[in-house]
Design a protein around this ligand. Structure first.
Ligand code: SAM
Length: 295
């Protein structure tokens, strides 16, 4: 198919929007991609080949879906906006390896959809230009559910991508970094200008690649407690971890006990959360694990 016939071009996109009288819903994060080169970059970095299965979140009018259909074995896309269903049926009519599921991704039973639509043992990838208003909930859902996917390559807000891929000791490093890097190796592939979207978003975007870890990089005794300690350590970024933990354990542990546990853990309580590596957070959480419910 000639490049100018692809959905992801300004002319074709305008044509489709006009044909259906489609109006963008800002509340659904609808910013459609109109640049095939960007889509090719996404697909290349996701490592999609003709045997791959792809789960897409939010196909819109099918700009990315079309390229995925061309490069992958099969694609299943979750779309919340009912108005897009007849449009997708039309724009993707010549691709017989695409299924659109009309569902809110946050409500979806993704494991069941995978079992239904993909081959057993097929290499699976999530690829999406995510709706920016729910980037983090979507990624956390996909990671916590421990889906059998090898990689997740998504277009998201640059600032959020930087937080997810951050190194300790930087401004972007925080509890979101740890949450994402506990499950994945995170890497920013490239930044993307506003001009490749219709309508243009207010922020610069980045393509983020998350490669699933086969197991977490650290051993923690209690995952929920570990993430609780991480969040508490960043609750007030300017405070020391000792003071942040004092707030967290307010009715359970006195300051002296907190200091003692910090000494046992070998972690200087005057440090700030942003200086701790994921391994140090694991040591910290495991050290507090046995005293967490005492008063
Ligand atoms: N993939 C298309 C593209 O790149 O041109 C559209 C991307 S647009 C940024 C986000 C898409 O996600 C929209 O089609 C929107 O309707 C859809 N969407 C928003 N919230 C959703 C949700 N909770 N579940 C599934 N799709 C959602």
């Amino acid at each position: 198919m000639a490049m100018n016939k692809f959905i992801a071009t300004p002319t074709r996109t305008m044509e489709i929007l006009r044909k259906y009288g489609f109006t963008f819903k800002k509340s659904l994060g609808q910013n459609f991609l109109i640049d095939v080169n960007i889509l090719e970059n996404i697909i290349r970095h996701a490592g999609i080949d003709s045997s791959a299965g792809v789960i897409e979140v939010g196909p819109g009018i099918g700009a990315l879906t079309e390229q995925l259909a061309i490069h992958a074995d099969r694609v299943t896309a979750f779309e919340i906006d009912q108005r897009l269903l007849p449009i997708l049926e039309d724009t993707l009519s010549e691709y017989h390896n695409v299924t659109v599921v009309h569902q809110d991704i946050l409500e979806a039973d993704v494991k069941a959809v995978i079992a239904k639509h993909f081959l057993p043992d097929q290499a699976l990838h999530v690829v999406a230009n995510l709706p920016y208003y729910i980037t983090t909930p979507i990624l956390m859902k996909l990671l916590r559910e421990n889906l059998p996917v090898t990689s997740i390559v998504v277009m998201i807000q640059k600032e959020v991508a930087e937080r997810m891929a951050a190194e300790p000791g930087t401004k972007s490093y925080g509890s979101l970094t740890i949450a994402i890097q506990y499950y994945t190796h995170a890497e920013i592939v490239m930044d993307v200008p506003k001009s490749v979207f219709m309508p243009q978003p207010n922020v610069i975007s980045s393509i983020l690649k998350l490669t699933k870890r086969s197991e977490p990089p650290v051993e923690v005794l209690d995952e929920d407690f570990f993430f609780g300690i991480v969040r508490a350590s960043f609750a007030q970024r300017r405070k020391t971890i000792r003071n942040n933990l004092a707030v967290f354990f307010k009715n359970h542990l006195d300051k002296e006990t907190i200091s003692e546990v910090l000494v046992t853990a070998g972690i200087d309580g005057t440090r700030r959360g942003e200086s701790l590596t994921i391994a140090e957070f694991a040591i910290l959480a495991n050290a507090f694990d046995h005293v967490k419910f005492s008063s």
